[in-house]
Every structure is written in C-alpha cells, then in structure tokens.
Design a protein around this ligand. Structure first.
Ligand code: ADE
Length: 225
C-alpha cells in the first residue's frame, strides 16, 4: 500500500514511520510512505499556508491553494483514497481500520491551525477522527491511523502476532500476559499457564478477556452482542 501524507510538519513522521514494525513493513515493500510538505506548494511570496478566517474569529485557516496544488502534483487523477484527519470525521474503529487497510493507496491530509478551508475538504473521500478530543494537528492522528490499519495488512505483523489478533479475543480487551520468571517478588504466574494444557489455557484466556472487558469496558461487550 502506498500512503501519501500531506503535512506542514513532515519531520514529525520520521521517528514513527521509520522505526520498529512500520520500518520493517517499509523495508519489506508492504508499505510505502511518501511525505509531502504542503508549504512547498504555496504560491505566495512568503510561502504562507494559512490566513484569517472570513467572518472573523480566532485562529487561522489553511488556505486552499497550497493544498490543491499539492493534490494536483501528487494525485492528479484522484486514484488514491483521500482522507483528511479532522476532529469532526468518522471515529476510527477496528472495522474502519480494516476497511481502509484494503485500499491500494491512501492519501492523508493533515490539518493544522484552526482548520482547513472547506473547499479543500470537499475533494476528500472521507474525514477521520481518532477520538472526541481536539489535538493541535492531524499529524498524530495520521500516524495513529497508519499504525492501526497496517496491523490488518498481511505480512506487517510477524506470524505469531497476527494469529493472536485474528483469534478469539477479537473485539475484547487483552487477557493478562506473563513472562519469566514464574514467581517475581512473591507474585506468581497463574498455574494454568504453566500447566502445558493448551485447551485449559485457551479457556482461561477467553474467560479472562471476557472478565477484563466486563470490568473495564462493558460498552464493548454490548457492541459484540
Ligand atoms: N485533528 C485535531 N484533532 C483531531 C482528532 N481528534 N482526530 C483527527 N484529527 C484531528
């Protein structure tokens, strides 16, 4: 999957996209990231990208010209699925991430300042929010979206991880995990995990996932029903 990212702060992405699992997916050729600095497309003398809002009010609005010029250069024929990260967008869920993971190419528009001129948003296919809080820009949401959807793309996760994701715990919170030693500062690992009985271990994990979900996020159980 090719992902074009339109942003005023390309440097924010370097650490996230070129470390760990994203880095590996990039090296394997599964994900290709292309960062575009919207400022490079500004036709104003001082390379401005924002201006005062018509009608007054606080803050600045991202101008349409640099965004449209960037779109013309990057996705002239509108072949990518275009997403703007905005607080008013569809809230990111596992189902939405899965749907987006099936696209061949995505284009992510990251807004900054108080907003994006509505005419630039009108040529997007979708707006996505990562939750009901307002961040200072769309860069972190874009990174969250990329991380989240990439987990659904075959080959991004190692085989062990992906198995787990698709298994019985889908839609539930994670069951408790332990590693060595079997006892640490008087705290013991549950016996069943040391038993070697895989049927019992699965049953325990399923029950614990249900129990954790019931205790912490009963709303998720409602959705599963
Ligand atoms: N931009 C600012 N806040 C945001 C949010 N919660 N989700 C997506 N984009 C945003």
């Amino acid at each position: 999957m090719k992902i074009d990212i339109l942003t005023l702060f390309p440097e924010m992405f370097e650490g996230v996209l070129y470390s760990s699992i994203m880095k590996r997916a990039n090296e394997k050729g599964i994900l290709e990231f292309v960062l575009h600095n919207i400022r490079d497309y500004s036709e104003s003398k001082h390379k401005n990208t924002d201006d005062y809002p018509f009608g007054g009010g606080a803050g600045m609005v991202m101008m349409p010209q640099p965004i449209f010029s960037c779109l013309d250069a990057v996705d002239k024929d509108h072949t990518a699925y275009r997403i703007a990260l905005t607080p008013r967008g569809d809230v990111l869920t596992p189902d939405l991430a899965k749907e987006l993971s099936q696209k061949d190419s995505l284009l992510l528009l990251c807004g900054h300042y108080e907003g994006i001129d509505e005419r630039a948003l009108s040529v997007m296919d979708r707006e996505v929010s990562i939750g009901d809080y307002v961040l200072t820009g769309g860069e972190l949401p874009a990174m969250v979206l990329i991380d989240c959807l990439s987990r659904f793309i075959y080959g991004v996760l190692g085989s062990e991880d992906s198995n787990k994701d698709e298994s019985f715990s889908y839609g539930l919170l994670e069951y408790p995990q332990y590693t060595r030693p079997a006892e640490f500062r008087g705290m013991k690992v549950p016996d069943v995990l040391l038993s070697g009985n895989h049927a019992n271990i699965e049953k325990w994990r399923r029950n614990m996932a249900l129990e954790e979900t019931r205790k912490r996020r009963p709303d998720l159980l409602e959705k599963l029903k």
